[in-house]
Design a protein around this ligand. Structure first.
Ligand SMILES: [Zn+2]
Ligand SMILES: [Zn+2]
Length: 138
């Protein structure tokens, strides 16, 4: 985690280290208050404002992402994938998986060839039911 922070040209502070670690190990994206509660359990000295300021700095640095989740919520997540990618969001359990750029690359190529539209940037989430939840439904 420290190398990700350094690679983004950011300073490592104990708060950044702790908050990035919490997000890295969380099984699901955390809301702002969920993140604060998880941090407070590890280090009660870190205040709410510090948590919010730190996660905002990590988001600006491209280390943490904020994703809109089912139910008009949003959550912070720290992905294993470094660099630009997309997400699969399970609407049942809230699990988020990375969808690599290679998977969606052909889709963008189709947009460019069919519409003559040159894609500069796209970021999207696909909502549905994950394999684990699907297996439990049968
Ligand atoms: Zn991701
Ligand atoms: Zn699921």
């Amino acid at each position: 985690m420290r190398d990700r922070i350094l690679a983004a040209g950011e300073r490592i502070t104990p708060q950044r280290d702790l908050i990035a670690g919490v997000l890295e190990t969380a099984p699901r994206p955390l809301s702002a208050s969920g993140l604060y509660e998880a941090v407070a359990r590890l280090d009660p000295r870190i205040g709410r404002a510090t948590v919010f300021r730190t996660v905002a700095a990590l988001e600006r640095a491209g280390i943490v992402e904020q994703l809109s989740l089912p139910g008009e919520r949003s959550g912070y997540l720290l992905c294993a994938t470094v660099g630009h990618h997309h997400h699969l969001v399970c609407q049942r359990c809230g699990k988020v998986s990375d969808l690599p750029e290679e998977t969606v690359g052909p889709f963008f190529a189709t947009i460019e060839s069919d519409h003559g539209f040159s894609v500069d940037h796209a970021s999207f989430s696909v909502y549905g039911t994950c394999a684990g939840c699907s297996a439990r439904l049968v």
